[in-house]
Write a protein that binds this ligand. Structure first.
Ligand SMILES: [Zn+2]
Length: 524
């Protein structure tokens, strides 16, 4: 069970079966042979920090940490487990800035699924008003802001949620819908070329026999509180929504913990339909940010988060209502691949210890580097610049693909530039903005931009979803033709034009390595 911390109000909404609860991996359990049947369960767990017992530094925005002063609204991890009886996938959405690979591996170990029959896919909403879980935003630059107790509790809560949902699977039907939405007033692109991913995709799991089950809240806390999604006899098990925008409506002046617009989005859907809402963020690099007058704290910021969250939620529900297609959900398939990428970013090399918080350092061939090198390499980098490529440490990350029926989800371990997903160098996704701002002092050379087919086209499915911050957070994944960084230890002075993202990217080589891995994943 989840540790009964007095501070933590942990509960999840789970469907209680009219039939005996089934484990996705019970021996001899093969109802889905042939892919006809689909089973689903969904729920959520409260991962709001306890500011009295935990020292919480908020994540995001530059190097300076922000000490959290209060809670505006709760943070959750939400999970949807889908099974065809033979294979199962857990999709997890976490109100967090990001999770590193080692965190994801720790959660998987705790869940204990067999790798051949189950896959756990964990994506962060990239919440910029959530606790630092990456070790980058403490009291001083370079000092971790992670509260170990909070982090442990978050990882444990996610693992327990998934394990419990595995026991609550019930037969489900799947509806899917998707299409472009006008980003005006919702999201904009802060970096040239202006490419705004307009795709909103949604999938909904419905209890096949509405009379068979009854939703109820299962409470695991001394101070439980009810959630308005916990309706009796709700037909909806879960609604999955994928859209692309940084979760940063509140801006850098905000000192209150909040789930930002994804929290409002999920609240709206759960309140209207029941069941759990799982929000997966898309291709948000390069840099898709909320289309609000100015990012900011205070009542106006929270109003804007609500406006954007509710608007996207209502569009998703309207799409399901008007264009939602009932689709055959089986079979469930998954595929993932471990890839190694070199650490080339000068700043990452200086702060290698922050990086090893969530990754193991390796050689190019995958041999673990000795412990002392995490100290020696930064010193070497500082003393004789630059560090030769042969000395660059490498880290492992993961690319993944999850499919059920026509829904095809590609997991990207970072913040993918939207143009790598959908193209748009011809201006087709600029939505009235100039493709390149006339004020840009170093505009991108679009004649060198990559050509079609882009990732999303390669997926072919109408319900293809490119999901970012999935199973790792490597930072921005930038098209090679526009990767411009100052070759100094601190990456200063800043290059002309828009090149902030390079300072938060693992390096230029990662992009080609990852794209090649996707090419192989998509062949299968
Ligand atoms: Zn970001």
């Amino acid at each position: 069970m989840i540790p009964l911390s007095a501070s933590l109000s942990v509960f999840w909404l789970t469907a209680v079966l009219g039939v005996a609860p089934r484990s996705a991996f019970a021996a001899g359990d093969s109802p889905g042979r042939g892919g006809a049947k689909l089973y689903a369960a969904a729920g959520k767990v409260d991962i709001t920090p306890d500011l009295e017992r935990e020292t919480i530094w908020l994540a995001g925005y530059g190097a300076a940490g922000r000490r959290a002063r209060g809670i505006h609204d709760p943070l959750y991890a939400r999970a949807l487990v889908v099974s065809d009886g033979r294979k199962s996938v857990a999709l997890v959405g976490v109100d967090s800035i990001g999770l590193f690979r080692e965190d994801v591996l720790a959660i998987r170990r705790a869940i204990g699924w067999d790798e051949g029959s189950g896959y756990v896919f964990i994506a962060a909403t990239h919440d910029h008003s959530a606790p630092d879980t990456l070790g980058l935003w403490g009291r001083f630059p370079g000092v971790s802001g992670v509260d170990r107790r909070y982090r442990r509790r978050m990882l444990d809560s996610i693992a327990h949620l998934v394990k419990d949902l595995t026991e609550s699977l019930q037969e489900a039907e799947l509806e899917a819908a998707g299409g472009p939405i006008d980003p005006a007033g919702l999201s904009r692109d802060a970096r040239d070329p202006v490419v705004i991913d307009p795709e909103l995709q949604t999938a909904r799991f419905l209890r096949r026999d509405p009379a068979a089950g009854r939703a109820r809240a299962v409470l695991h806390s001394r101070s439980p509180w009810r959630h308005n999604g916990a309706r009796g006899r709700a037909r909806v098990i879960a609604t999955l929504v994928r859209w692309s925008c940084h979760s940063e409506v509140l801006g850098r002046d905000n000192l209150l913990v909040t789930a930002d617009y994804p929290g409002e989005l999920c609240r709206e859907i759960e309140g209207r339909t029941g069941g759990a809402c799982l929000f997966l963020n898309g291709a948000i690099g390069g840099l898709l940010t909320p289309d609000v007058d100015e990012l900011g704290a205070g009542a106006k910021g929270f109003e804007e988060a609500k406006r954007i969250g509710q608007a996207v939620a209502r569009r998703a529900l309207a799409m399901l209502h008007h264009d939602g297609a009932r689709v055959n959900g089986g079979p469930v398939r998954f595929d993932s691949r471990v890839v190694r990428v070199p650490v080339e970013n000068s700043r990452y090399l200086l702060f290698l210890n922050s990086l090893v918080f969530g990754h193991r350092l390796l050689t190019e061939d995958g041999v673990p580097l000795p412990f002392w090198k995490r100290w020696w390499l930064p010193i070497r980098h500082l003393a004789v610049f630059p560090l030769p490529a042969s000395l660059h440490p490498w880290v492992e990350t993961e690319v993944s693909r999850v499919r059920f029926g026509p829904v095809d989800i590609l997991g990207v371990p970072g913040e993918l530039f939207p143009e790598l997903a959908i193209g748009g160098y011809d201006g087709r996704y600029r939505f009235g903005h100039p493709l390149v701002r006339p004020t840009n002092s170093q505009p991108p050379d679009l004649s060198r931009a990559p050509r079609s087919p882009y990732l999303r086209e390669r997926m072919r499915s109408k319900y293809g979803m490119v999901v970012g911050l999935a199973n790792d957070e490597l930072g921005y994944i930038i098209p090679s033709y526009d990767f411009i960084a100052t070759p100094t230890r601190s990456m200063l002075p800043k290059p002309k034009g828009h090149h902030y993202e390079e300072t938060n990217s693992i390096g230029p080589s990662a992009t080609a390595i990852l794209l090649k891995a996707y090419e192989e994943l998509l062949k299968r």
